[in-house]
Design a protein around this ligand. Sequence first.
Ligand code: TRP
Length: 331
Amino acid sequence: MKTILTGDRPTGPLHLGHFVGSLQNRVNLQHQTTQYIMLADLQALTDNVNNPTKVRDNIAQVMLDYLAVGIDPTISTIFIQSLIPQIAELTILYLNLVTVNRLKRNPTVKTEMIQKGIESHVTAGFLMYPVHQAADITIVKADCVPVGADQLPMIEQANELIHSFHHTYKTTIFPIIKAEVPKIGHRLPGIDGKQKMSKSLGNAIYLSDAADVVVKKVMSMYTDEKHLRVEDPGNIEGNTVFAYLDIFDPEHSKVEELKLHYQKGGLGDVVLKKRLIEVLNTFLEPIRIKRLEYAKDIDQIVNIAVEGSAKVREIAASTMQEVRQAIKLIY
Ligand code: TRP
């Protein structure tokens, strides 16, 4: 059986983009695989150095989202990165196997450094987070990581570290990691029509958004800027409302009818948006109800991840024992 590890930085509640890109997948995979889900609080700190409280508070928010969408903590092991000291230990060992220049060449890290304007004063902690991430994955000996395309350089770098570790210490204790990228089309654009839904772009619909917030966000959604009058033919390519309907409307034939009508002319954006509001609120309502129910005992919810961490610490201790044996640092 495959062993899967995925993770999220707990820096805010999760949105529909997370659902389409990974949460849905995790709910399905949990029945067929051994699944670990990690709350990457230490990785979140690398760019929230001055805001640990934000990271701590969002552990609960992300947990609520996980449980509300149907991730079952009795079959998926949810844990907190900073509660597994062995991940930090393994990171230290990996750091000898990668050059600083290689770290600076990681395309995802490079893009992030430019976006954040920190190229000239990047911290060692930020630069090495891909190494830390390799330790996250290998500490439970995961052989599969379902990720978005932006995370592929992380898996490539993790596999380099695994090869280097095996080669240097003449061992084969870690499985090579396979990255599974969800199909294109499983990427949700933001409500502004931009390529990606993301918290930092401010274009997200959250799983925890109230019904009236969804109404406002959908009404502001990007459609077709040339579709000015109802009777005009409209464009469905790049039309965000149709992109969402394609994914969330269970009545596919109805969506096809709407598309034809829109392209012919005579179908206004408001009618279209009203349909999407109905579809999204029908989808989100049971998630909201469950979320509110779980939120009544927030300490217990965080405790689920603390208990999951105790379980992972045992597995991590056994991996580290093998690692020490391979390195022959045994005292
Ligand atoms: N880097 C991931 C993100 O930004 C989070 C993460 C940390 C992760 N460790 C991981 C993902 C290990 C997959 C595997 O979303």
